[in-house]
Design a protein around this ligand. Structure first.
Ligand SMILES: [Zn+2]
Length: 209
């Protein structure tokens, strides 16, 4: 079973992916991690990748597909994979068809105002990296190590809005592309509430626990 996770940054995609991989034995494949691993390993493809990335150029789809196709034939992917961060365009989605059957695209839906509200409330411990939210934590220091809490530039409203704009532009065509196998779930509730319908849906698809 291969699935694609679609959802805005800050919609709770990472948390959901973790639950799915744990319960269904799927492997989460992020192109970013994959590229870094390939480069660190010094393979021929890794060297090619590096030449594009060093010049600040986008990695061509053809090369990405080649690396992905190698990765998904490894034994740990026997039960299937969750594609994370790929495809980002319809052209990539078309190319992906040639190497993997996509059973479903799971779309995590959260109103942009809520994503913004959660993001601007986020605080990070400067010492241990623990994440807090001013929505449920009033302290100025970390409860674990007393480190000072701060707001990342990434979580400032303008930055969040910009990211959401980019997301909307790139993802809307993909939602259309996968409309015949789209499963939409709201992440307004708790992570557990979000996961429950997804889990039932995947069990229905034939995913084995
Ligand atoms: Zn801390």
């Amino acid at each position: 079973m291969n699935i694609i996770l679609l959802g805005a940054p800050g919609s709770g995609k990472g948390t959901l992916a973790k639950k799915i991989t744990k319960d269904f034995g799927l492997v989460q494949i992020s192109t970013g991690d994959l590229f870094r691993g390939e480069i660190a390993g010094g393979s021929e493809l890794g060297l090619k990748l590096k030449s594009y990335m060093d010049k600040g150029q986008l990695v061509p789809d053809e090369l990405t597909i080649k690396i992905l196709s190698q990765r998904i034939t490894k034994p740990d992917c026997k039960k299937g994979v969750i594609f994370d961060g790929f495809p980002r365009t319809v052209a990539q989605a078309e190319a992906l068809k040639n190497i993997a059957k996509i059973d479903s695209a799971v779309l995590i839906d959260l109103p942009f105002e809520e994503i913004e509200r959660r993001a601007v409330a986020r605080r990070v411990c400067s010492k241990c990296g623990e994440i807090y939210s001013t929505l449920d934590y009033a302290g100025k220091n970390c409860a674990k190590c007393h480190g000072e809490l701060f707001q990342r530039d990434d979580d400032k409203l303008e930055t969040v809005r910009l990211r959401l704009e980019v997301y909307e532009k790139t993802t809307t065509p993909l939602i259309d592309f996968y409309s015949d196998r789209l499963f939409k779930v709201s992440s307004l509730g708790s992570p557990e509430d979000t996961y429950k319908p997804v889990k039932n849906f995947l069990l229905g698809l034939g995913g084995k626990k």
